[in-house]
Design a protein around this ligand. Sequence first.
Ligand code: FE2
Ligand code: FE2
Length: 302
Amino acid sequence: MYLLAHLSDPHLGPIPEARISELLGKRFFGMMNWIGARRRNFGAATLAPLLTDLLAQGADHIAVTGDLVNVSLPSEFDTGATFLTSLGAPDAVTVVPGNHDAYVHSALAYHLEHWAPFLSGDDTHPDTPLDRDSFPFVRRRGPVAIVGVSTAIPTAIFLASGAVGRAQLERLSRTLAELKREGLFRVVMIHHPPVGERPFHRDLRDAKAFRKVIAEAGAELVLHGHDHRASLGWIDTPGLRVPVVGVPSASAGPEDGRGAGRYNLYRISGEPGAWRCEMEARGYMAGQTDVSSRERRIIVGE
Ligand SMILES: [Fe+2]
Ligand SMILES: [Fe+2]
């Protein structure tokens, strides 16, 4: 049995002091959002017990689906790197970027520079600088292949959308087909949800094209964040239903309107053609302050 953990959207605080020039435009509104979130008990006080519970599970691998930072100030990425290191060694922790990790155009490369050990593929040479063409990257771990997709694009003020892009989608299609031939349980990590409806300004622009790639090439599990809500959707393909799982922010307090802080565990067993995956959600519940099991269900196999 392979144990995979999934958390998302910690939006680590505090936001470091910034120069006035850095806070003009989009970052100013992001800062106001963060201050508002703090008032809703969103932050380190709820994240820490959740992480303690997570680390006690002894997961083989931890997947983090983005939005580690808030307004993409340079020092926030050091905080992000410290956070990732606290979860485990880079070969046991994988991250993909969210829209907040590429919040303004000038910060587009920061996550690639600061978090490189956590978002490079097995065959990426450590001296090779990462860029958008480095995605999707692949990490093979036992029976599992982790496929990291980037939806990070520069967006205008008030936009939180993302896109995979045609070139990355073509690489993703080839990669998934190759991993199927290798007989691996394919886990695709993507920040923006590829299923469900949401307003244009928060959407994955090429969600339909992404779903088509998954439907044609196949995958066993898709993990995402961004909505800060617990969700389970499906991409249907002939003979295969691919579960698409979203998890609330790991920093959300028990009373958070979008969903109390949670992470998910996936217990993966079986073999090609007969995979089994049980999902367990662990986290807070309204009115309670302890972290415990909230839901268990089989999402792949019988
Ligand atoms: Fe987020
Ligand atoms: Fe997001």
